[in-house]
Design a protein around this ligand. Sequence first.
Ligand SMILES: O=P(O)(O)OP(=O)(O)OP(=O)(O)OC[C@H]1O[C@@H](n2cnc3c(O)ncnc32)[C@H](O)[C@@H]1O
Ligand SMILES: [Mg+2]
Length: 169
Amino acid sequence: MDIIVGSKSPTKIAAVKEVFLQDNVTANDTPSLVSDQPFSDSETRQGAINRASGSLETALPGTVGIGLEGGAMYVGNELYLCNWGALVTADSHTFTASGARILLPEEIKDALIAGEELGDVMDRYAQRENVRKNEGAIGIFTNKHVSRKMMFTHVVKLLYGQWEYWTRG
Ligand SMILES: O=P(O)(O)OP(=O)(O)OP(=O)(O)OC[C@H]1O[C@@H](n2cnc3c(O)ncnc32)[C@H](O)[C@@H]1O
Ligand SMILES: [Mg+2]
């Protein structure tokens, strides 16, 4: 099966490859059509759906599209890290799933509200480069017990399993 991931992020591509072991996985930088830093479940999920369906626009017929999107969402006044995934089949059936959430510290929340992107805030906070392509915010704040790749791999498994259940014959 041909799978196209709607992002050139090595972390996202690696997560898809880890689940779709037998398949031909390629990547295409596809716009999420939502804010660079989504601020709700709804917006983050929409970004994942847009990346999955958008990635199919130039793909060969029969290709399956996968979109993964990171964002933040409020529970009351507290801001959590959230992530969503979407899988769109060739006949336009869409499966969605969300990933683990963790509370973001107040100073990270303040920087996001001020308009910064989480990736940039994390690099400054952790005094590192490219946190988003490595363990991610989730990896830093869970002391590396759950990396961004592990979290996305779980999301992709949730997508894969739902798709498999739906196509079971
Ligand atoms: O190339 P793309 O696919 O855009 O990959 P990305 O790393 O920018 O990932 P997203 O656009 O899905 O993430 C949306 C925003 O949230 C940030 N983000 C989400 N999760 C993160 C994490 O675990 N660590 C660091 N930044 C994260 C990311 O930097 C963006 O600002
Ligand atoms: Mg991005």
